[in-house]
Design a protein around this ligand. Structure first.
Ligand code: SF4
Ligand code: SF4
Ligand code: FES
Length: 208
């Protein structure tokens, strides 16, 4: 086992665990958005940042991709961590102002406004990539991908046209942290598939 400290408390991790996985084993809360146990972590949203201290030296690391290592000292609630979290929430509020989930989460961390300009008031996708990763890694299909670049970046099927590759399993809808995929799925799945039933949604939630 790997021994290290989180918030001055001794913790133990199995080889291969990340700091986030270890923290969760000990009930230590770290907010996340682009992380889900079912898929490979990507470190996309940076919301899970924690402080790694070594004497007078310290740095912020994304806990969902930072490996647990012998003797490291991790802090999850320092002023530096809280500042970066607030900054990320402000960014998210400006990029995805239509997401109730982001608004609620931001409020829980004391952020209700953003100093950054709102690009699109209807946007609710945070481009976390959970939908594309679950389609590729769990469903094994890659029916959707991240398209375009920069401010035009979005998730969808190639050429934004419904695709027969999508089997309408709904995993992408279930895993989406902002419900953004719910309104996009009709532009992905082909008409040859029946609409997603409530019963199937419950079955999927149990799987993911
Ligand atoms: S649709 Fe949802 S899961 Fe997919 S990138 Fe956007 S927020 Fe993430
Ligand atoms: S509903 Fe379609 S796009 Fe979504 S995970 Fe399933 S196969 Fe992939
Ligand atoms: S949850 Fe770690 S970077 Fe998004």
């Amino acid at each position: 086992m790997i021994k290290f400290k989180i918030n001055e408390k001794e913790v133990e991790a199995r080889p291969g665990w990340t700091v986030l996985e270890t923290a969760r084993q000990y009930g230590i809360e770290i907010p996340t958005l682009c992380f889900h146990e079912a898929v490979t972590p990507s470190g996309a949203c940076r919301l899970c940042m924690v402080e790694l201290r070594e004497g007078k030296w310290s740095k912020l690391v994304a806990s969902c991709i930072y490996p647990a290592a012998e003797g490291i000292n991790i802090y999850t609630e320092t002023e530096r961590v809280q500042n970066v979290r607030r900054w990320i929430f402000e960014m998210l509020l400006s990029e995805c102002p239509a997401s109730d989930e982001i608004r609620l989460m931001a409020k829980k961390h004391g952020v209700i406004n953003t100093r950054f300009a709102v690009q699109n008031p209807d946007e609710n996708c945070i481009l976390c990539g959970l939908c594309t990763r679950v389609c590729e890694e769990v469903v094994g299909l890659s029916a959707i991908a991240t398209l375009d670049r920069g401010v035009h970046k979005k998730v969808g099927a190639p050429f934004l046209r419904p695709t027969e590759v999508c089997v309408a399993c709904g995993c992408c809808v279930t895993i989406c942290p902002t419900k953004a995929m719910q309104s996009r799925i009709d532009s992905v799945r082909s008409r040859s598939f029946m609409p997603l039933s409530k019963e199937n949604t419950y079955r999927r939630e149990a799987t993911i």
